[in-house]
Unconditional design. Structure first.
Lengths: 314, 554
């Protein structure tokens, strides 16, 4: 048991190292380094010698492999270096911007799960054919909506026309409710679709016929037998979507003018702020790996067939 | 609560009302705009404690009838007319809510496939407890005691440990015992057993049917036994109802139907049941026929997970020879090593040690391109014709594919050979453009055979190739294999758990158990003078071998 967990942890660390390495190689391969971009501008009027000195000061003249090991060592100690643009430690930038994005992403994921769940349950409602049909057509609609458009429309309707949510000097909850909705809707679509399809498939399984032959009614079968069997695939889906969520957060934060990783990433890309980008890539990879690991460890609880050691054989 | 409780078996039994009476039943399926009648004018009755078998091939309406009795027709099925009377009360018009009070208490189900009929994420104990909970038992202590009692009663011990296990930790036979425990839990008057053992090995089948027999005798339960195998019906039923295309062909006491079938179809079923059929004499093997396949000291081991140094011997020193143009059978239960041996012969597994010579070439030493070219000579036909054909290819593409994989054959020549082969396995040209989904199970197995033969192999390995088929379809496929063997001079390795089938097609046989060959020789010798206890067990497990069939054969 512990051996398999250790194995999974090892794999996760390897993925992180790979992400770090790939990001490093790609960022180093960018034409021109950040020092050149920042100081080569004519308004500073630096000479070529002065720039060369600066490059030595920043360590940009060392061989690539040395820079790689150096940066890796720093990362392992939790030192992400300094933003070349602003001179502020990257760790400080992250501390300022990460919490709001993380909140946004987690709230959106929760909302998306709830939305998917409600749609899936409505799709199985007994006796209301039109509700079932509606619930089943929603995911296709949701997934077709572009995030930026949905954000703008939500602001238009709820803030400007209905005046329900203030966008100027908003309360903390007001600031988040529309962005969360914007992010959650497209994320919920694939989850709802997978959940509905799995529930339908499980209803066709022979063990459901056996449950009904025991005298169980629809709701009993749905909750006791179908639901838990339909859940694992949806959970896997949720993990994959979390990555998409981080990407979606960039657009959403821009549309709603929220501070966070979105704005930070955008600026870092515009300025080729290598240190910041490197940290963001590794952080995203970490989030992805952590979620996948969590799901891997949760799965056996949902499906005993995936248990690492056979249960009951003590 | 409602009239379910008011049904009084004691009162009705005394007055001579049958427990179950099906009268002029007609059932229709509606899909899309089309509608199809699948059951028509079906009438039969079951007295308390009686066993009635519904016998027929797939599509005969036997399962649909059984589902209608339980009120569990698929959503697109509807009862057009007729009555289903349980203790004299017609339940055809009942709502699902009223029927659900009857299900489990007055009638219950033993399903076909035990591997998929238990919820994989819940313990078997909780799944037995469930039927008690559904029908109102709340006391946890009483539920637990009853669950353990039921587990012990179906022979799953230690019951405490079994109750906590999940379905995947039990074998198919053990799972079927759990399902039987569920079915008898509330002592219903009627059990509907829908092909309860078709997915099991013959030896397991016998033990499970024996258990069901014991339990129903003790409780005086009636059984509606749905089966495609007249041999099973012969052993277990008091009366049989023979169905075909939704209509009753013949009905009566089992001995009478078996001894003197009146309908052509019943005669056909009787002839097709491998356990009841008298084997045709196989043509004598010419003494000049050389050895086509020689397996010597074949051993395949796997490391045991978690225990360093220990190995599991899937095949252990297996040796036999097969002469060209003959059929050699590998017989045994699941886990006996027969499939492992077959896969080594086909070159899909490299044995840990030992040799497999096909026409003088040692398969075990081949690799890469040589191994690929070797597949010309040995082809496989798998058990499940639903899974072994690519659903996105047409039948024509499926049969053509092997030809494209080897030496370039011109397109016209390929088409000609595919067409000829499809005709040779008894399928019309019109199937060439269709997907596998448009074909029946028997037709698909013919396609799988055509695909194997289109390369003109010398040896064909048939891995349980007829086990998933109804007896009628099975009989036709066996005939086809026989014809093809004689015409093309093929050598077969026939893997099966069913000695009755083996007797119909094989010349020689190796009986396998736990990776080892326990007995080997000509089929008739092994059959009539088995040297090993295990072989005797296998022979005794053949359904229909008992009283009724023996008498019918005379």
């Amino acid at each position: 048991m512990t051996r398999q967990v250790a194995q999974k942890l090892g794999q996760a660390l390897l993925v992180l190292l790979a992400a770090f390495t790939v990001a490093f190689v790609l960022l180093q391969a960018l034409p021109g380094d950040a020092v050149l971009i920042k100081f080569l501008g004519s308004e500073m009027g630096l000479t070529a010698e002065q720039i060369a000195e600066l490059r030595i000061a920043y360590g940009a003249d060392a061989p690539v492999w040395e820079q790689y090991l150096h940066t890796l060592g720093n990362f392992l100690r939790g030192d992400f270096g300094y933003s070349i643009r602003s001179g502020v430690p990257v760790a400080q930038l992250l501390a300022e911007n990460l919490p709001s994005t993380l909140w946004l992403a987690l709230l959106a994921l929760t909302a998306a799960c709830l939305l998917a769940l409600v749609l899936a349950l409505l799709s199985q409602l007994e006796g209301f054919g039109w509700v079932r049909g509606l619930a089943r057509s929603m995911p296709s609609l949701f997934v077709a909506v572009p995030v930026f458009w949905l954000g703008i429309m939500l602001i238009q309707v709820f803030s400007f026309q209905l005046g329900l949510v203030s966008v100027i000097a908003p309360e903390p909850w007001e600031e988040l409710v529309l962005p969360v909705a914007t992010l959650a809707v497209p994320i919920s679509a694939p989850m709802a679709q997978v959940l509905i399809r799995n529930i339908d498939a499980v209803f066709g399984e022979p063990f459901v016929a056996v449950a009904r032959a025991k005298g169980a009614r629809h709701q009993w079968v749905l909750w006791r037998h179908v639901f838990r069997n339909a859940l694992p695939a949806t959970l896997t889906m949720a993990g994959v979507l979390f990555g998409e969520l981080l990407g979606g957060a960039v657009v959403t934060e821009t549309v709603f003018g929220l501070g966070g990783l979105g704005g930070m990433t955008q600026q870092a890309v515009a300025n080729q702020d290598v240190a910041v980008l490197q940290a963001i890539v590794v952080l995203s990879a970490f989030a992805f790996v952590a979620i996948s690991l969590l799901i891997d460890l949760l799965m056996p609880l949902l499906d005993p067939r995936l248990a690492l050691r056979p249960a009951g054989a003590s | 609560m409602d009239s379910a409780v008011r049904l009084n078996p004691a009162a009705t039994a005394a007055s001579g009302t049958p427990l179950l009476a099906v009268e002029d039943l007609a059932i229709r399926y509606v899909s899309g705009g089309a509608s199809r009648r699948v059951v028509e004018d079906v009438s039969f009755s079951i007295a308390p404690g009686e066993v009635v078998a519904l016998v027929g091939e797939s599509g005969s309406g036997k399962t649909t009838t059984a589902q209608a009795v339980l009120g569990l027709l698929p959503a697109n099925g509807m009862i057009e007319r007729g009555a289903i009377r349980l203790d004299g009360t017609d339940i055809t018009g009942w709502s699902d809510r009223r029927l659900s009070a009857l299900r489990g208490t007055r009638m219950s189900l033993i399903p076909q496939d035990p591997t998929t009929s238990l919820n994989p994420v819940r313990t078997v104990g909780s799944q037995i407890a469930e039927i008690l909970q559904i029908h109102g038992e709340r006391d946890r202590g009483r539920i637990r005691a009853r669950v353990l009692e039921l587990l012990a009663r179906v022979g799953l011990e230690p019951a405490e440990m079994r109750a906590q296990q999940y379905p995947h930790q039990l074998s198919g036979g053990m799972r079927q015992r759990v399902l039987i425990a569920i079915a008898v839990a509330l002592r219903p008057g009627l059990i509907v057993a829908d092909e309860p053992t078709s997915a099991l090995d013959v030896t397991v089948q016998r033990r499970v049917l024996d258990l069901l027999d014991d339990l129903r005798r003790e409780d005086g339960t009636a059984v509606l036994l749905v089966t495609h195998d007249l041999g099973v019906a012969a052993d277990r039923a008091d009366r049989v109802v023979v169905l075909r295309q939704g209509r009753i062909q013949e009905a009566g006491p089992v001995r009478q139907v078996l001894a003197a079938p009146r309908s052509d179809y019943a005669r056909q079923l009787l002839a097709d049941a491998p356990s009841l059929a008298t084997p045709r004499a196989r043509p004598a093997v010419p003494a000049t026929a050389g050895v086509m396949l020689k397996v010597a000291g074949l051993t395949q081991t796997y490391p045991v997970v978690g225990e360093r140094g220990r190995v599991f011997r899937a095949a252990d020193d297996v040796s036999f020879e097969v002469r060209a143009g003959t059929t050699h059978a590998l017989v045994g239960e699941s886990g006996s090593g027969k499939t492992t041996t077959a896969r080594c012969i086909a070159g899909f597994l490299r044995p840990t040690s030992g040799t497999v010579e096909v026409g003088g070439t040692d398969v075990a030493r081949l690799s890469g391109e040589q191994l690929r070219q070797f597949r010309h000579k040995v082809q496989l036909v798998f058990q499940n014709p639903f899974a072994s054909l690519d659903p996105r290819q047409t039948i024509g593409q499926i049969v053509e594919e092997p030809l494209r994989n080897f030496d370039p054959v011109p397109k016209a020549e390929r088409e000609h050979r595919v067409r000829a082969m499809i005709g040779r396995v008894g399928l019309p040209d019109s199937v060439l453009g269709r997907p596998p989904a448009a074909l029946s199970g028997g037709q698909r197995q013919r396609v799988a055979i055509a695909r194997a033969l289109v390369l003109k192999p010398r040896v064909v390995v048939l891995d349980e190739a007829v086990s998933a088929l109804d007896v009628t379809v099975q009989a036709r496929i066996l005939e086809l294999l026989d014809e093809l063997q004689r015409e093309l001079g093929l050598t077969y390795v026939f893997v099966s758990h069913d000695l009755a089938v083996v007797r119909l097609i094989a010349d020689t046989v190796s009986v396998m158990r736990a990776g080892q060959v326990v007995e080997s020789g000509p089929v008739e010798t092994v059959f009539h003078a088995p040297a090993h206890d295990y072989t005797r067990d296998l022979i005794a497990a053949i359904p229909g071998g008992g009283g009724a069939a023996g008498k019918a054969a005379q």
